[in-house]
Design a protein around this ligand. Sequence first.
Ligand code: GTP
Ligand code: MG
Length: 195
Amino acid sequence: MKIIKAEYTVSAVKAEQYPQDGRPEIAFAGRSNVGKSSLINTLVQRKNLARTSSQPGKTQTINFYSVNDLLYLVDLPGYGFARVSRAERERWGRFIEAYLNQRRELVAVVLLVDIRHPPTRDDVMMYDWLCYFNKPTLVVATKADKISRGQWAKHLKIIRNELGLKPEHQLLPFSAETRQGREEVWDWLARAAGI
Ligand code: GTP
Ligand code: MG
């Protein structure tokens, strides 16, 4: 995908704040710190369009990034961040779920997991939920630069098994450091968004 224009559009915590122009949206979900915002930056070739941090819990709102005036990449707050209160976790659940559940423009979801570790219970719940609601889903195994290439297949197999990944669901290794997987992710996104 050739990026002609990438810009921040809006941050939302409720439906009235979502963009109104009806363009397709693709959301990025996953644990706090797994690399959602970094993946978006790599896709649009901008170092800091989506704010990243080594501290988990950086992204707190649903952030919409417009690409080539064609579609939105939607950065979601991460789940599974231990230091937030139960009340905050519930609030998270409600506003993310409302978006994932009700948003008609949402054409697909990219679920990120860390290539180094087996998926968490939250990851499995998220994946099951996406399957239940029949959302077109791509699973991306991030931080692939953190293990040697020779180890990828073994780690991907564990992720596939633990998530109970369906045969129709792709799992792609990715690195924001080396940009490994960027083209493959874009190919999938473009097809999902019909652009
Ligand atoms: P929240 O907004 O807190 O949910 O986190 P996030 O999923 O958006 O993660 P973010 O993109 O902010 O990245 C978290 C940390 O991981 C940052 O320090 C990134 O630099 C680092 N990181 C992200 N992707 C990669 C990657 O592919 N390789 C390496 N080595 N580090 C990465
Ligand atoms: Mg983030």
